[in-house]
Design a binder for this molecule. Sequence first.
Ligand SMILES: Cc1cc2nc3c(=O)[nH]c(=O)nc-3n(C[C@H](O)[C@H](O)[C@H](O)COP(=O)(O)OP(=O)(O)OC[C@H]3O[C@@H](n4cnc5c(N)ncnc54)[C@H](O)[C@@H]3O)c2cc1C
Ligand SMILES: NC(=O)c1ccc[n+]([C@@H]2O[C@H](COP(=O)([O-])OP(=O)(O)OC[C@H]3O[C@@H](n4cnc5c(N)ncnc54)[C@H](OP(=O)(O)O)[C@@H]3O)[C@@H](O)[C@H]2O)c1
Ligand SMILES: Cc1cc2nc3c(=O)[nH]c(=O)nc-3n(C[C@H](O)[C@H](O)[C@H](O)COP(=O)(O)O)c2cc1C
Ligand SMILES: *[C@@H]1O[C@H](CO)[C@@H](O)[C@H](O)[C@H]1NC(C)=O
Ligand SMILES: *[C@@H]1O[C@H](CO)[C@@H](O)[C@H](O)[C@H]1NC(C)=O
Ligand SMILES: *[C@@H]1O[C@H](CO)[C@@H](O)[C@H](O)[C@H]1NC(C)=O
Ligand SMILES: *[C@@H]1O[C@H](CO)[C@@H](O)[C@H](O)[C@H]1NC(C)=O
Ligand SMILES: *[C@@H]1O[C@H](CO)[C@@H](O)[C@H](O)[C@H]1NC(C)=O
Ligand SMILES: *[C@@H]1O[C@H](CO)[C@@H](O)[C@H](O)[C@H]1NC(C)=O
Length: 687
Amino acid sequence: MNSTDLIAIVVLGALFWIYRNLDSIKEFINDQFYDNDPALGVNSNGTRDLVEVLRDNDKNYLVLYGSQTGTAEDYAKKFGKELTARFQLRVMVADLEHYDFDTLNELPDNIPVTFVISTYGEGDFPDGSVNFEQYLNELDAEMLDNLRFSIFGLGNTTYEFFNGAARKALDKLQNAGARLIGALGEGDDGAGTTDEDYLTWKEETIELLQTELDLSEDEDKQFESSFGYTELTTIENNTSLGEPSKQYLPNATLQYNSEGEQRGPFDLAQPYIAPIIKTKELFQSKDRNCIHTEFDISGSEITYQTGDHLAIWPSNPDEAVSQFLRVFELNPETIFDLKAKDSTMKLPFLCPTTVGAVVRHYLEITGPISRQTLGLLVSYAPESIKDHIITLSKDKSLFASEILASKFNLADALLSLNNGQTWSGVPWLLLIEMLPKLSPRYYSISSSSLSEPNTIHATSIVENTPNDTTGINTIGVTTNLLRNIQLVKTQGDLTSLPVHYDLEGPRGLFANGQLPIHVRHSTFRLPKDNSIPVIMIGPGTGVAPFRGFVRERFAEIKRDGSDSLEKMGKMVLFYGSRDNDDYLYRDEWVEYSKTLEDKFEIDVALSRVQEQKIYVQHRLAERKEEISQLLQKGAYVYVCGDAKRMAKDVQHAIANILSETKGLTESEAQEVVKAMKVAGKYQEDIW
Ligand SMILES: Cc1cc2nc3c(=O)[nH]c(=O)nc-3n(C[C@H](O)[C@H](O)[C@H](O)COP(=O)(O)OP(=O)(O)OC[C@H]3O[C@@H](n4cnc5c(N)ncnc54)[C@H](O)[C@@H]3O)c2cc1C
Ligand SMILES: NC(=O)c1ccc[n+]([C@@H]2O[C@H](COP(=O)([O-])OP(=O)(O)OC[C@H]3O[C@@H](n4cnc5c(N)ncnc54)[C@H](OP(=O)(O)O)[C@@H]3O)[C@@H](O)[C@H]2O)c1
Ligand SMILES: Cc1cc2nc3c(=O)[nH]c(=O)nc-3n(C[C@H](O)[C@H](O)[C@H](O)COP(=O)(O)O)c2cc1C
Ligand SMILES: *[C@@H]1O[C@H](CO)[C@@H](O)[C@H](O)[C@H]1NC(C)=O
Ligand SMILES: *[C@@H]1O[C@H](CO)[C@@H](O)[C@H](O)[C@H]1NC(C)=O
Ligand SMILES: *[C@@H]1O[C@H](CO)[C@@H](O)[C@H](O)[C@H]1NC(C)=O
Ligand SMILES: *[C@@H]1O[C@H](CO)[C@@H](O)[C@H](O)[C@H]1NC(C)=O
Ligand SMILES: *[C@@H]1O[C@H](CO)[C@@H](O)[C@H](O)[C@H]1NC(C)=O
Ligand SMILES: *[C@@H]1O[C@H](CO)[C@@H](O)[C@H](O)[C@H]1NC(C)=O
């Protein structure tokens, strides 16, 4: 077979795949359109007409963001805030998800738009922005002659389609006649420079805007909150103590269907509080932990498909909460309410609430700190260190060596800079508006919806890196929470843990080991036809979805009998771990083999038990003839786990195999792999 044949087959496969997945694509898209939460006050009468809302609220600048995990949202808000503070522009900052764009061509040309958009998957828009992407696709030439815009993309060069969404938006907008102010800004997480990329883009763009809009700067700018603030004296039923959504306030009534299951939809606006019915440590090693957690979803309408992602909603640990409260001299008991100053503003969390609840449940307080954030705090810095803070906030490399290298979070950094003394006088409202919200973390589901429709399994490596020099542990919020729950449930010793949590949750909501979760549908799917062979590559925690895949086939054979085993295509799993102590689910694979016989095979690369590293891609290369034959038979390839190096190395290895066994040139082989990706025959679930 020559390369054109192979490509032709792959393209046919692509059409077939799209056809076959039509329903799941539709479901995926529909799933993302959860309603605005009226309690969070999106806009007073629920209109999705952008221009109408702008006009009604008398705004003269528009910032639109598309964000998956809140980073783009964060930058959009910072940008809007800066335009308001420095130039008194009346800025509306809005989620692309919440509006239709049909009237964008009627936007007055003196109202510029700034887009802030992150990229996911194969250069895709964030889930919530699919309506915007659709709008872009339908634009004609000259349709947006009225529009002046600037655009900042967020991405990670580790991924093949770097900033794919922002680049596509730029292209489509320009083709429709819109005029770009400045240049496309491209944030790169991969190089860890998103913050610096933003600052560079922002400075250039704002300078141009000043000329374009003839803006003059207000010199003695003071922080002014977008929210009205009132302190309250009593905790009522409608006061949030950290409930993940309004449905869980004491006075609210949860909805149930006729089977007694709690009604959804469960998504970023409302999670399900799921009991953890089983949890265990998977590693034998002393220095690392990996926690297996099983969530019971039988009390809810949640369904999932093998290959989906589970979102787990964390809270902050006691240690981080009390340190944060101490640095800013905050009283956790303070009860307050926020009111949006106009209908385009969304409240950042459920209100009324308490300071303590916000710090524990709603704000991301432990992550790395940005130079911009430090800059916002300059006017509140103690006099004795003010000059140093100004220097730090302006000097990229000094900031990197003094703050980033030490892995400080905000409280660590401020304490360290002020010799362990607190920072009084930082406005609480500034903290609320400046810090990102604490968002759910995603896990590749490691169970099968066929084999366990009522439970969802997650396999999570615990992020905890101590540093003896600084005494600072870099701690993963969610994974250490899972470890705490695991130890409590198994009556383990919690004293040696780096952090501890309020496991009871607000008003006892999470008692006895429950956590808020929701499911996000993915497109990572086994072929529907089980006679198609599959090659699965997942070292480390990357093995998670493949446990689900194998359990799925295992359950099919149990159900359909051994005759069906004969027709089943081969499943080969390439797995890698450091040694035997972190070999995940070791005993289980043996069990699956007993039923799946020679149709399932696990090939293990232990990297640290010999002098030379042996990785999954070395195992692939050793078996190139066999892999090549499987591909010829139409095998699907799946890769899961580390995106930074592993996924690229594996893609190379597969291309090499194709080139060596099919006589393709290197670049032809790479094209074939790309075509396979487009056809859904080479699927990645990488992070
Ligand atoms: C689609 C998808 C699927 C995934 N599937 C899995 C899976 O199956 N299993 C799995 O284990 N993970 C998976 N992940 C990763 C997972 O979502 C989380 O990112 C991971 O578990 C860490 O979450 P955390 O809340 O514990 O850490 P976070 O609190 O989010 O911290 C993230 C990292 O930053 C470090 N850090 C914390 N504070 C600082 C600081 N001040 N300065 C510098 N660094 C800091 C932490 O040590 C940690 O390494 C997946 C991710 C995605 C996107
Ligand atoms: N940035 C990185 O380099 C990197 C690598 C792996 C995982 N991670 C991240 O670290 C977290 C924990 O990972 P984990 O526990 O799943 O993995 P892990 O246990 O650290 O690694 C699993 C196996 O993969 C091997 N490996 C390392 N680099 C590889 C490569 N380029 N190609 C193929 N195999 C490779 C490891 O070998 P050795 O460790 O012996 O080299 C180990 O045997 C995840 O969030 C993941 O994204 C980052
Ligand atoms: C699962 C996953 C897939 C991603 N895919 C891409 C990609 O294809 N191209 C890219 O440039 N960045 C990609 N990124 C990086 C994100 O765009 C980047 O981290 C961004 O800052 C996230 O912004 P958000 O929090 O607003 O969604 C990906 C990140 C994750 C976690
Ligand atoms: C509410 O809707 C009406 C009719 O659609 C519109 O005229 C009005 O301006 C809207 N008001 C706001 C505040 O959006
Ligand atoms: C709680 O519900 C009762 C009855 O529905 C209602 O009268 C009361 O005002 C509600 N209280 C709060 C705090 O919402
Ligand atoms: C909350 O409850 C108090 C007392 O019941 C009531 O006065 C107030 O209006 C309620 N607020 C909201 C937003 O429902
Ligand atoms: C608060 O909610 C509880 C539970 O719904 C209810 O029994 C109680 O009457 C409510 N209290 C007030 C003051 O509304
Ligand atoms: C600990 O922190 C120091 C100082 O910030 C840094 O140079 C060093 O690399 C860190 N060590 C580890 C093991 O991360
Ligand atoms: C960029 O992507 C790689 C691979 O997923 C990941 O290791 C790295 O942490 C990402 N960068 C950030 C800042 O998220």
